[in-house]
Write a protein that binds this ligand. Structure first.
Ligand code: 7PJ
Length: 257
């Protein structure tokens, strides 16, 4: 899954794809490089961020999605109206970092469109989530949350075989929490749904390399985390650098057999 943030302020590619022409070109390049789907988002959820209005989010993503309706696309939003418009112009998956908790209408919109939905775990909210993340057992807690959200989605009319789950790397988690979630990803995969992992360029990768203030991490470490996640059962890797991840994962797949 290639990431196209149509935002001025996302944590690692903010501004790069803010112009529609650039976002469209990036999406096409990612698919050429082997992405199975392109995740288009108009609202940054980086630590500390505030939200944007529905109108602003629509202004950012709809013109881009309209021009890539021939590609497999996902809409990264927590807003029902943004999802509804995105699905109408061809998106097939709703990637909701709130796991259908942010907008009471979103589950119905996804159910009625027959869309795929990615349910992501987050402790707290983007503005404050990195203040003091605390768990009993992080993997058990995330797994129980995802199990409950799958139930919620199915009860809202979303077919279970349309649901993907994501442990939410960096969303209300310490560095150690993030790596433990990957180490024990098989426990999340045991939910029986495809597991999405987004570790690409995240700050924990810069921090284990020795910079306690890092806000991003390098490509090399991103690839290592993606391969480790793949070996433990991840099916979708959400990444900025598609070509390099496709190359690495192709080799990893050849090893796994
Ligand atoms: C994630 C996400 C993730 C899913 C972001 C970035 C930071 N969606 N949206 N999983 N991270 N499903 O653009 O990398 O880990 S925002």
């Amino acid at each position: 899954m290639g990431i196209v943030n149509v935002t001025p302020d996302s944590f690692s590619d903010g501004g790069v794809n803010f112009r529609p022409d650039d976002a469209v070109a990036s999406a096409r390049r990612m698919v050429d490089e082997g992405a199975a789907i392109v995740d288009v988002g108009g609202e940054s959820t980086r630590p500390g961020s505030e939200g944007v209005s529905v109108d602003e989010e629509l202004r950012r993503v709809v013109p881009v999605l309209e021009r890539i309706s021939d590609l497999p696309t996902s809409i990264d939003t927590a807003k029902a109206e943004v999802a509804r418009r995105a699905l109408a112009v061809g998106a097939e998956l709703v990637n909701d970092v709130t796991a259908l908790r942010g907008d009471p209408e979103l589950a119905t919109v996804a159910a009625e469109a027959g869309a795929y939905v990615c349910l992501m775990h987050m402790q707290g909210e983007p503005r404050t989530m990195q203040a003091n993340p605390t768990y009993g057992d992080v993997v058990s807690d995330v797994k129980a949350f995802l199990e409950e959200r799958i139930r919620f989605a199915v009860d809202a009319g979303i077919r279970e075989d349309r649901v993907l789950v994501d442990p939410g790397i960096g969303f209300g988690k310490t560095v150690e929490h993030n790596f433990e979630l990957i180490r024990r990803l098989d426990e999340i995969a045991a939910l029986g749904r495809p597991v999405v992992v987004g570790f690409s360029r995240k700050s924990s990768l810069g921090r284990i390399l020795g910079d306690p203030e890092a806000t991003t991490g390098p490509l090399s470490a991103s690839i290592a985390a993606a391969v480790a996640a793949y070996e433990r059962g991840a099916t979708v890797l959400r990444v900025h650098d598609v070509k390099e991840h496709v190359e690495a994962l192709t080799a990893a797949r050849a090893v796994v057999g």
